[in-house]
Design a binder for this molecule. Structure first.
Ligand code: ADP
Length: 659
């Protein structure tokens, strides 16, 4: 007991040591795997960004090219991609025209004429008066250009109200065709005019003109020196594209072209917006030296993070600057790191960002920090690994020990059960072999006895010693009897081997079991009567079953012969064949020696014979019931046996009835 306790104590100590060692190894592995997973995912993002930038480089130029253009592939984790070729911005290309945003027209006070118009709109009579003089108003040389523009705007509004669309269009064109006048409109107003023009074309159902007009505005916009007020531009194009896409007679090809153009244009506007807001930061990033060996440079300023990568292409050096979408980038990488961490869930660690907020893992209350490294990510993160709690180590080693003992116990049980089953198998096999040997010896004995008699009588007759005719008759009668005994025995063996080799040799047919059983009965009745037994039979007509005649014959023969063999005189044997529901029933009931219940399940085994005196004195091979069982099985029949020693037995076989 003392030794056992000592060993167990030693074992626990060992386990503690092993667990600590195991933990140290796990910690190193975790750190390595986290770093690898992060690098792998980042490289994937770089690769995807590069692929997406190649698409931008080959951007479609004309409207219809847009229809067939491949879709731009968004990169998860990246908000915007900027492409430079030999130092000049290639995408987004509208941004190249960007200079400064100036408000040319801050004064929105109504002019005299406009005030007059405004008032006249309230007063219906005065309106006509003003309308009458509207041409004059538009050309009045005394008015300043600013006032002129406002007057024309007023006139346009009236024409639009009156649904005089062609007049409104004419006036709009006056404004639009005079770039000088347009200078007096701030960009907001320019887009309102564009929108009104477009709207009137749609109202007049001039769809083709509306499409053309939208593209002209787009062209003009792209050629403008100053890109101003992105929101109102975006509003105009969004409204126009949406309207065009809803035109019923728009061809599929064009619809796709407009759809892609809209996506691309919005993307360009978004990217341009970013560029305008971070112009200087972009310039710095573009021109600063790269320190890392991968050639990828990360830069962060306020809440904007950029990375720069370059790769050579046929048309010179490509530089890609991408703006990181921090949330998406973080989630994408954390997803991968989570997978790694799951595999090492027993190592305490944490990943935090610059604001010290926890991204992954957990920060233990009191544990000591063992290592702290910054992860080389676009986003500056810190990985901390902590010492493991002693109680936790103990618990883990206990867990490991429990697992080990459990495994040991399980193996032991398996070995015990395995040996038990093996032993049983060997015993059974041995029994079977013994039974077969026993069978062979009894069969050869059985075969030898009649053969010896036959040989003896035949020899006696051959030597001419038997002169009397009666003796010759008696001997040949004996020879005949022994020969039929031999025949029966060989028949049983053949029958058995036939059954053992399966149903291949069977000839299946529909037959009346009564006819079959009656044949058997007639063949053996004499033996029973001679022994002093009385028979009672019931052979109902039309008890049809599906089966092999020879097999069924030997089933009936074995059961009836057994009843005769194992019943002493005076005794009764009842044989019944009848239909019952969907079954064809065959019963053999005797008042013989019976079978003890402990033997009932054995007697159907091959070569098995009950070891009592009665059986020993009765000739048999132990194959009869084995044949019965096999025939019943192949015919999908059931056998039931009720028997009491000294009272008798009832063997009943139930077949499936055939109509
Ligand atoms: P056997 O050739 O010995 O008759 P069986 O396989 O036909 O072989 O029967 C197996 C054993 O079952 C017999 O040895 C006998 O002890 C017992 N048995 C079979 N039928 C009866 C019966 N009707 N009454 C009593 N015992 C029987």
């Amino acid at each position: 007991m003392a030794i056992l306790s000592y060993l167990s104590f030693r074992n626990i100590q060992n386990e503690n040591y092993l667990t600590q060692k195991n933990f140290d190894e796990n910690r190193i592995s975790l750190q390595k795997e986290l770093e690898e997973a992060l690098e792998k995912e980042q490289n994937k993002i770089f690769q995807e960004t590069k692929t997406a930038s190649l698409f931008l480089y080959e951007l479609p130029k004309s409207l219809l090219e847009f229809g067939n253009a491949a879709n731009f592939k968004d990169v998860n984790g990246i908000e915007a991609i900027f492409l430079y070729n030999n130092g000049t911005l290639v995408y987004p290309d509208i941004s190249t025209k960007w200079l400064t945003s100036t408000n040319h027209f801050p004064d929105t006070k109504p002019s005299l004429a406009e005030s007059a118009l405004y008032q006249s709109e309230q007063d219906k009579d005065k309106l006509h008066e003003v309308l009458f003089s509207r041409e004059m108003l538009a050309r009045n040389p005394i008015l300043t250009p600013k006032e002129q523009v406002q007057n024309i705007l007023g006139l346009i509004r009236i024409a639009y109200r009156e649904k005089d669309y062609s007049e409104a269009l004419r006036l709009l064109k006056i404004l639009e065709a005079r770039p000088k006048l347009q200078g007096y409109l701030h960009s907001d107003l320019t887009r309102s005019i564009n929108l009104l023009h477009f709207d009137i074309l749609v109202k007049m159902k001039k769809h083709q003109d509306a499409e053309d007009y939208c593209l002209t505005v787009l062209n003009n916009f792209l050629q403008e020196k100053n890109i101003e007020d992105i929101p109102s531009t975006r509003f105009f194009f969004e409204t126009a594209f949406t309207q065009i896409l809803s035109f019923e007679n728009l061809k599929q090809e064009k619809r796709e072209a407009f759809w892609n153009l809209r996506g691309n244009f919005n993307r360009q506007l978004d990217y341009t917006d970013i560029l305008i807001q971070n112009q200087e930061f972009f310039n710095n990033t573009l021109h600063s030296e790269s320190a890392s060996k991968t050639g990828i440079l990360f830069k962060s300023e306020r809440d904007v993070t950029l990375f720069r990568m370059s790769y050579p292409l046929l048309s010179g050096n490509q530089v890609v600057i991408a703006k990181v979408n921090e949330t998406a980038y973080r989630n994408r990488i954390l997803d991968k790191l989570k997978n790694v961490a799951q595999r090492w869930n027993n190592v305490p660690f944490s990943i935090t960002d610059t604001r010290d907020s926890l991204l992954l893992g957990s920060i233990p209350d009191s544990a000591t920090v063992l290592t702290q490294t910054s992860l080389s990510s676009a986003l500056p993160w810190q990985l901390s690994l902590y010492e493991k709690d002693v109680s936790e180590i103990r618990q883990e080693s206990r867990h490991r020990m429990f697992l080990m003992y459990g495994l040991l116990f399980f193996s032991l049980i398996t070995v015990i059960f395995g040996s038990f089953f093996m032993l049983r198998f060997f015993i059974q096999e041995h029994k079977l072999l013994a039974m077969k040997a026993n069978f062979l010896s009894s069969v050869s004995h059985e075969l030898k006895t009649p053969l010896t008699s036959i040989k003896m009588f035949a020899e006696m007759m051959a030597r001419g010693r038997v002169m009397k005719v009666e003796k010759v008759q008696e001997y040949s009668g004996l020879i005949n009897k022994e020969a039929s005994r031999l025949e029966n025995l060989i028949g049983a063996i053949l029958n058995y081997t036939r059954m053992e080799h399966g149903t291949g040799a069977f000839k299946w047919e529909k037959l009346d079991f009564s006819v079959c059983a009656k044949k058997v009965f007639e063949a053996v009745e004499d033996i029973g009567v001679e022994k002093g037994l009385s028979f009672k039979t019931r052979f109902d007509p039309n008890v049809y079953v599906m089966g092999d005649y020879t097999a069924l014959y030997s089933l009936a023969q074995n059961l009836i012969e057994n009843a005769i063999k194992y019943t002493n005189a005076p005794g009764d044997i009842e044989i019944k064949v009848y239909n019952e529901d969907d079954r064809a029933v065959f019963s053999v009931i005797d008042t013989g020696v019976g079978i003890p219940s402990s033997e009932q399940k054995n007697i159907f085994n091959d070569f098995y014979r009950v070891g009592d005196e009665m059986t020993r004195s009765t000739k048999g091979s132990g194959l009869g019931l084995a044949i019965v069982k096999r025939v019943a099985e192949t015919h999908k029949a059931t056998i039931s046996l009720t028997s009491k020693p000294g009272k008798g037995s009832n063997f009943t076989v139930r077949f499936r009835k055939v109509d």
